[in-house]
Design a protein around this ligand. Sequence first.
Ligand code: HEM
Length: 490
Amino acid sequence: MWFVQQLLLAFLFFFFLGRYLKMRWKARRLPPGPSPFPLIGNLWTMRFNMHPETFSKISKHFGNIYTVWLGETPLIVLHGYKAVKNAIVSHSEEMSGRPASNFMTDIANGRGIVVSNGHSWKQQRRFGLMTLRNLGLGKRGVESRIQEEAQSLVENLAAQNGKSIDASDLIIHSVANVISAVVFGHRFSIDDPTFQKLVAINQNLIDSLGSKWGNLYDAFPWLMKRLPGPHQNTFKNREFMYDFVRSEIRIHQENEPPEEPDDIIYHYLAQIAKTRDDPGSTFDIANLLQVVVDLFTAGTETTATTLQWAILLMLAHPDIQEKIHKELDEVLLDSSAITYEDRKRLPYTNAVIHEIQRFGNIASVGTLRRNIKDIILDGYPIEKDTNILPNLDSVLHDPQYWETPYKFNPKHFLDKNGNFKSNEAFIPFSAGHRICLGEQLARFELVIFFITLMRKFSFQLPEGVTEVNTKHVTKVTLQPPPYKVCIIQR
Ligand code: HEM
């Protein structure tokens, strides 16, 4: 027995030593970083999550480019505007890949836009961009849909009669209705139980991506695929989304398309028909399903969370809220619906919207990339197919570009005469070939929703509440802590 125990111990010792030496060997040409443990890498130090604070701490020791290990897979992290820009803008094409295998990729089966790669990604992305453009963000297109949803949100909030409420559900349903109009061609009643389930499942899917289980899956895909756990529910939730989208596709197929198709599904079905005889075409129903899910998922939580930040920050800064009201009252003299163009006449409000995005920093550290060719970053040769994280959080807080990086301060976007001033380090939608596909849509939504709400309401703290907590909650997006607000008609 004693002998067997000793043999087992020796085996474990040499096993872990072997794994450790293998990692050290792989690391010899990579940028430096904290020492990894065999098997788990730096996951322990990172508390099994991608906390922006952890990355900031590591960069203090190792500089603007360093390596952390997710399990036994190295991840090169780029810190600060210059390092990030040098990678994703100057090497835009080389940096345009997504990791070949991780939780997100497996959920989407490598299809659609967000996680796909190569020829298929290029075709699906180009189609998505072109169709969003064709659907038109101008007067009669998507802009009027956003105006309608903003108006409907105003009515739903006004119906609360100023009581203390958590407005997050009403906001998320309004934003989900904008993207529903774009992809499905219609909106839903917010009381529709199927719509409520769709929004809840979507939220669940997103939350699971940033969970510990999701991060463990990224580190040990071979093991986690086989283990039970909450991550398996995510695959079930995906099936619910697919079933829902399949039924929408069926309805589109059964109906004669309108003369001017006005949603993504009609456009995509036409594209499948047009490219049927092209052997290089990647347009098919499986990709359509995932493109729709991608747009719905990426387009709902992001914008809704930013609007939730907006209200919380108005509660935390009543002086700023007052200045916005003053500007709106002076400039918007008639009662017509807010347009995206209006932002140009409202420099202070526009600066606040930008600062909400910078401070809220909902994309957190950003999304993993993979270099599709060998590249050199900051003098380090990075082999093709390495996972790389352009840390967006570090850009939106880079002290060389922002006067008070961790303080909410609209002056970041104002010159000394009170005119709107842009800042090159403002990249909440990322940059380069993989830049957010919905950037324009999201910008329209933020301007129209925020200004419409600010014109109609003032946001006040519930009675007895004197302090506002603006500390981020880390999920896959950075979220405001849950809060209640009294929404008073002006
Ligand atoms: C405030 C709102 C939003 C923010 C802050 C945001 C931010 C981002 C970021 C940081 C990325 C990752 C880019 C990278 O890989 O470096 C991304 C990707 C993406 N976003 Fe957004 N997004 C927002 C709204 C939207 C909307 C409304 C849509 C849908 C129409 C959308 C669709 C996408 C898609 C499809 C991708 C994947 C692009 C690709 O891999 O080629 N996003 N977004």
